[in-house]
Design a protein around this ligand. Structure first.
Ligand SMILES: NC(=O)c1ccc[n+]([C@@H]2O[C@H](COP(=O)([O-])OP(=O)(O)OC[C@H]3O[C@@H](n4cnc5c(N)ncnc54)[C@H](OP(=O)(O)O)[C@@H]3O)[C@@H](O)[C@H]2O)c1
Length: 217
């Protein structure tokens, strides 16, 4: 397992992050979320208070290496998502190096229909209960290999965990206690505990940025 300790977000170069979060030879469904020590993902409805400089850097790095982002409808509303984000500086170079288009495709998971629907301008997807990574690739018409990045929220991530679709959980554990919150990381029940193993970690004084994979894989 690769463990790196840093004292400032400026140390998170593209080179270092590429080692910590490598692009696999095949396709990947990555999930990216930040949680407090007591398992909450938002404070007063937003994730921002849990996220420091290193988390933001990793968030944007993971986006820069993604073919598409899938995100839950409530997160789009709560976090004020904008469509077609683009990148600057070393992240634009990294994205170009990965052979990805300048802007990032964002797909909203929502069952609310209608035209234009509640998310004008965004693509929308309805997930079947048995959604797997390969079915998602097909539905999004992405060519193998591709990286799909799930940015939450907890309900969407839980659904994908239930169908064992997630290859990597890129979880920032913020060293903060929130108390009773409104968005626990795992909001539903699982048939059985789902053990994960750390593939890599970046540790700062304020957070641990973990790349976790299902233990059976
Ligand atoms: N800390 C973090 O990293 C982080 C990340 C993301 C979000 N958050 C926080 O989490 C909260 C929002 O998360 P959440 O768990 O409430 O909601 P969410 O996962 O963002 O979205 C849930 C929505 O997904 C849609 N959905 C459910 N089943 C579906 C299906 N089968 N196919 C397609 N869409 C489906 C539904 O939308 P419709 O109702 O439109 O059908 C549902 O309302 C916010 O407070 C946000 O700040 C934190």
């Amino acid at each position: 397992m690769l463990v790196t300790a840093i004292s400032s977000p400026e140390e998170l170069t593209v080179e270092l992050l590429s080692r910590q979060y490598p692009r696999a030879a095949g396709s990947l469904l990555r999930a990216s979320m930040v949680t407090s020590i007591d398992g909450m993902t938002s404070v007063a409805g937003r994730s921002g208070p849990l996220s420091g400089g290193s988390d933001r850097r990793i968030f944007h790095f993971l986006r820069a290496g993604a073919s598409a982002v899938i995100v839950g409808a409530r997160t789009v509303l709560a976090e004020g998502y904008r469509k077609d984000p683009s990148f600057t500086g070393d992240l634009a170079e990294y994205r170009n190096h990965c052979g990805l288009p300048e802007t990032l495709r964002i797909v909203v998971a929502s069952r609310s229909g209608g035209d234009p629907g509640p998310f004008p301008g965004f693509e929308r997807i309805v997930l079947r209960p048995d959604t797997t990574r390969s079915r998602l690739l097909e539905r999004l018409e992405l060519e193998d290999p591709a990286v799909i990045l799930c940015e939450g929220g907890p309900s969407l991530l839980h659904r994908l965990t239930q169908s064992r679709a997630v290859d990597e959980y890129c979880i920032t554990l913020a060293f903060t206690l929130v108390g009773a919150g409104d968005a626990p990381l795992s909001p539903g029940s699982l048939v059985a505990p789902y053990p994960l193993a750390a593939a890599s970690a970046i540790v700062t004084a304020e957070a641990a940025h973990l790349r976790l994979v299902p233990r059976s894989s």
